[in-house]
Design a protein around this ligand. Structure first.
Ligand code: URA
Length: 239
């Protein structure tokens, strides 16, 4: 977000706003290497390199950790070129710029973490850490024992075989059934492609669990902040 330079300098604890004006007009402030002396000048402290006397201005940004129940019909990107809703539209009370940890398809619902803690997010997304993700999958009709066995053993996708998964039949009827599939990889549209590979038609897909976190009482579109203890447990998972 664009802010006046004097506000940025005072938020960084460098000077009061009044003093910051003097620092700016004295030509001591540069934005992306260019000295700025005009008082109305704005910059985005999250993107621009701002220096005073050549030293970078460091803004302490509060770290935020959010668990969102993503509804279907939202993109996990921050902007959509086609103008579709994005998940951050749902975070009305959150002023920090947060990013999704991984992705869920437009038509997939369920648990999505968002944070501005890049180190934690990258750690969690790293394939080495293999965080378990449980999906509830509504399929057309029933799944045979053979289809369930194949999903669990690993199926051949274009880029290679999937790792073994835990697969459980949750509910079965002639019209629709629900499977619980737990994977620890995070390939593109993985669950849908796994089901497709064994000729199962997915009607609905919901991520119910991410590591030790579940959706609890949240309804689609609702979110909550993670507790300090939950953040610490995630940190352990990400190391
Ligand atoms: N697998 C999928 O196919 N889609 C998702 O959104 C998540 C996992």
């Amino acid at each position: 977000m664009l802010e006046r330079l004097q506000k940025i300098l005072s938020q960084a604890g460098i000077a009061s706003r009044r003093e910051a004006e003097g620092i700016i007009t004295a030509g001591r402030v540069a934005v992306n290497g260019v000295v700025v002396t005009e008082l109305g000048t704005k910059a985005d402290p999250a993107k621009a390199r701002i220096t005073v006397d050549g030293k970078p201005v460091l803004l302490e940004v509060a770290k935020v950790y959010i668990l969102l129940y993503k509804p279907t019909g939202y993109m996990t990107t921050l902007k959509d070129p086609e103008g579709r809703p994005v998940v951050t539209d749902l975070l009305k009370g959150v002023k920090e710029r947060v990013y999704p940890v991984g992705r869920l398809d437009y038509n997939t619902e369920g648990l999505l973490l968002l944070t501005n803690d890049g180190e934690l997010a990258n750690g969690l997304m790293h394939p080495r850490h293999e965080v378990e993700k449980e999906y509830l999958v509504k399929i057309r009709g029933k799944a045979s024992q053979e289809q369930i066995r194949c999903l669990a053993a690993g199926v051949d996708l274009e880029e290679g075989k999937t790792a073994p998964a835990k697969v459980r039949m949750e509910h079965e009827s002639e019209k629709n059934s629900w499977l619980a599939i737990t994977i620890h990889e995070g390939r593109y549209r993985q669950v849908r492609r796994m089901c497709e590979a064994v000729s199962l038609s997915v009607v609905r897909l919901k991520r119910a669990r991410y590591g030790f976190l579940d959706l609890g009482e949240l309804r689609p579109g609702e979110y909550r902040l993670l507790t300090v203890v939950e953040v610490e447990r995630l940190r352990v998972l990400s190391r």
